[in-house]
Design a protein around this ligand. Sequence first.
Ligand code: HAM
Length: 410
Amino acid sequence: MLQKPRGTRDFLPDEMEGRRLIESLMRDTAGRWGYGEVCTPTFEHLELFTMKSGEGIIEEIYDFEDKGGRRLALRPEVTAAVLRMYVNEGRMLPKPLRWCYFSDCYRYERPQKGRYRQFWQFGVELIGADSAAAEAEVILLADDILRATGVVYHIHVGHLGPMKFMLRDLPAETQRVVMAFLDKRDVNGLGNCLRELDREDLYDSLTALVEARSFDEVFEICGEIPERERIEEIISILDGQGLAYTLNFGIARGLDYYTGMVFEIFAENLGAENQILGGGAYRLAHLFGGDDVASCGFAIGFDRVMVSLGAAPLAERTRVGVVYTPDARDHALRVAAAFREAGVNAVVNLVDRGIGAQMKHAARSSDFVAVLGTRESGAGTVTLKDLASGEQREYSMEDAIAEVKAFGTC
Ligand code: HAM
């Protein structure tokens, strides 16, 4: 039997219904904040991602050569593509631009619970507003979207300023290596790395930075830094809105394009892969031939949110199974159409079998069975059987719809 590729999943209708519901909650919430949906290609030129997305991403990229010899990649994330699109199509639009997306992404990773090779991100990018208000807005929006889904989470807000200031004497490439250990919260690796660099003096202050939970502690460790005012302003906006969060200046983010504010959100019951959101402030457009526009945004790991939410039962929609004798088929199809037009789910028998067998089959997945024979066809009526009570009566089409709608969720 042929199997699906490793790290991918199939979704049956019930699961898809749950996913679509949560997806639309996310989209509706972002829409209320003025974010319009955009869509970029599933594959891009490989260099879009290799230019600035960080070593991790490059190793994880699904890349290939097309028949014209072009080096292409399935998108491992969407931010770079959205900024490429901004440079191509959006430079003349009035800023700030508020865009959101719901897209599948591909990373060649070792699959485990919450980590897949094909996964979906719901993300936003706020382009062209270099302010504390913009950076606070994306954090508050992330909180609003996740609250709408019902997932239980906690927010960590940080800024790369203190960490970068402490590493300022190291070459950019070495800074990246050190920050990668901090990103993975790998203190042993960090210790070894600093020893090799002969910079063990940084160990205590870097690990203290990761632990620091207040401004006083942070600025005591790193001293005065130019970004202090911006950081304090972002935090004062968040506090003014009563947001619950943890200050965490140990957040390094795995992608290389972040420049300042960074934030991550974690959910319960996910095990090791408990990060359901990552984001921050960054600059990318200038790399793709555009202006050096300030941007910020985030992406939610949609599949992780779904795993964390678990199999919450969906409100079942009332369903009518439509069965009929051969001479009443036209009437049966019209009855099914009338139910659907009234917002009721109606499924029609498709197999040549007797009324008894049709009813038995329909009863497995319906709340009502509509039985249409010669009499109903002639009179334009519907015989409706309520499968919960076993009661059966003949109704006009209007009354049959009213009877079904009175039953529950349509
Ligand atoms: P990221 O942290 O690489 O950031 O990914 C965002 C989220 O996608 C993660 O927090 C995680 O929940 C989810 N995710 C990542 N890899 C996987 C996987 N293999 N399987 C399931 N879920 C996964 C970005 O992608 C940035 N583009 C976010 C951003 C937007 N920054 C600014 N704007």
